[in-house]
Design a protein around this ligand. Structure first.
Ligand code: TYD
Ligand code: MG
Length: 454
């Protein structure tokens, strides 16, 4: 039989090539290509197997009783991000920077699920059981009926899970798992892929939900990210700035619920506390109305969340002025600067532009366009927006404003937090302000003229 050809795998993005090179063509990363031997029982080795795969008529499935219900942990912020609780036999990936609080979150989740009656095994490949117990003590959870293991051999872990059949297994982390049939170091793409695959298959076959923790590399990708992300049912990211105590658990993929749903937590001395009113939290640092500060009424998943955009515009000493963005998309900022210049005649050439979302929040909604434009104009003109005003709306390249979804929910949340007026796109269906003063605008030029009088 012919020897299987050498296979080189990028440890950063998982791309496979037949030749070694110093730089990965797919992701551009340097020194990340490593030779790996293919999985022992890889696909395509034989055309036909001795045993048949199982199949059932679709109509038989329809007559089966309803699937077992979701388990709720009682941690509402977590249950909501999961789409209303944990679906039995689901595979979930929780990614995040090292030290952001993944182990803390999952230990708390384990204790909650266990107390709610779901048997839980917490497998820590990073810490000894005694260390996990110490952490549990600190969190006041050491009496919770959670079983601990600190095994890194995948086969041994699967044997344990097979024997115990818990409702939920937590694997912290997938990078420490070591599949002995794969001939490469733990943490390499092949190992991560093999471990995630075996655990996902086990979850489906045995009805055990599996939550895998994955560390994110500095480029924001989990080692072997694409391979793991597409294997699992749900991908959650645990985000936040180290300097802030807020942590956001975000569903980026969910087969059993809405994506983009967020859960907000606060890191305290005694673990993570749920934040039930994130808008109040994100706006808590806001002082008097100041130039460059604009409150955006956003929607995260199914929930309205208010947060503050802060802009600073200052003369630049550089030939190429700075464009620095934290918490929003840099490309989108360039687009809005270009639209302001081309459609409203307001140039930003020769000016440094800094844009920040307060509280370490990350915004991805295009509905924030108008809030960003307002913050930029307000900073540039050194004029604060009218007090107690929220802003939202999408900007098109022509400078026209497009209506956005869930206008009423946004307004309701703003009103709840004491805001009295809103700047929003005209057009679309008319909405009841519910006591709010609405200022509908047709295009960006109207914002410049009506609001700033420029
Ligand atoms: P950890 O859950 O170990 O992070 P990860 O598993 O994502 O690497 O969290 C580590 C950080 O959380 C650490 O810097 C200390 C902080 N922390 C608290 O502030 N309060 C606590 O109660 C705990 C357990 C941790
Ligand atoms: Mg950890």
């Amino acid at each position: 039989m012919a020897k299987s050809p050498a296979r080189f795998v990028c440890q950063s993005c998982g791309a496979v090539t037949s030749k070694w090179s110093g730089r990965c063509d797919a992701c551009g990363e340097w020194n990340c290509i490593v030779e790996e031997t293919p999985l022992a029982a890889g696909p395509g080795k034989t055309a036909l197997g001795a045993a048949r795969g199982r199949q059932v008529p679709l109509t038989d499935l329809a007559t089966r009783e309803t699937p077992p219900p979701r388990s709720r942990s009682g941690l509402d912020e977590l249950d909501r991000v999961l789409g209303g609780g944990l679906v039995p036999a689901s595979a979930i990936l929780v990614g995040g920077d090292p030290g952001i609080g993944k182990s803390t979150l999952l230990l708390q989740a384990a204790a909650h699920f266990a107390r709610a009656g779901l048997p839980v095994i917490y497998v820590s490949g990073e810490e000894a059981s005694a260390q996990v117990r110490m952490r549990a003590q600190r969190l006041g959870l050491d009496q919770a009926p959670v079983r601990l293991a600190s095994e890194t051999n995948l086969r041994d872990n699967l044997t344990t899970l097979e024997a115990e059949r818990p409702g939920l297994a937590i694997i912290d982390s997938i990078q420490t798992m070591w599949a002995d049939q794969v001939d490469s170091a733990p943490g390499s793409v092949s190992q991560v892929r093999a471990a995630a695959h075996e655990l996902t298959v086990f979850a489906k076959r045995r009805g055990v939900s599996v939550i895998m923790v994955g560390h994110v590399t500095k480029e924001g990708q989990i080692a072997g990210p694409r391979v793991v992300e597409h294997m699992v049912d749900t991908v959650l990211y645990f985000e936040g700035e180290r300097g802030h105590q807020f942590r956001i658990l975000r569903a980026v993929k969910n087969r059993f619920g809405p994506a983009d749903e967020i859960g907000v937590f606060e890191m305290t001395g005694a673990g993570l506390a749920q934040v039930t009113n994130p808008s109040a939290l994100f706006l808590s640092e806001r002082g008097q109305p100041a130039p460059g500060s604009v409150v955006f009424a956003g929607i995260e998943g199914t929930r309205p969340v208010l947060c503050e955009f802060q802009a600073l515009v200052a003369p630049s000493s550089l030939s190429q002025p700075r464009r620095t963005v934290v918490g929003w998309d840099g490309g989108r900022l360039s687009m809005i600067l270009a639209v302001l210049e081309a459609r409203c005649g307001i140039p930003f050439a020769g000016l440094d532009v800094f844009l920040n979302v307060a509280g370490g929040m990350k915004i991805t909604e295009p509905a924030a366009d108008l809030a960003v434009a307002a913050a930029l104009l307000s900073a540039r003109e050194d004029a604060a927006l009218p007090p107690e005003t929220v802003v939202f709306g999408e900007i098109s390249l022509s400078g026209a404003l497009r209506p956005v979804s869930q206008t009423e929910n946004r307004l309701k949340e703003a009103q709840k937090l004491g805001f009295t007026s809103a700047i929003l796109p005209a057009g679309g269906k008319t909405v009841a302000g519910g006591g709010m003063t609405l200022k509908p605008l047709d295009d960006l030029a109207a914002l410049v003229g009506d609001v700033f009088g420029a």
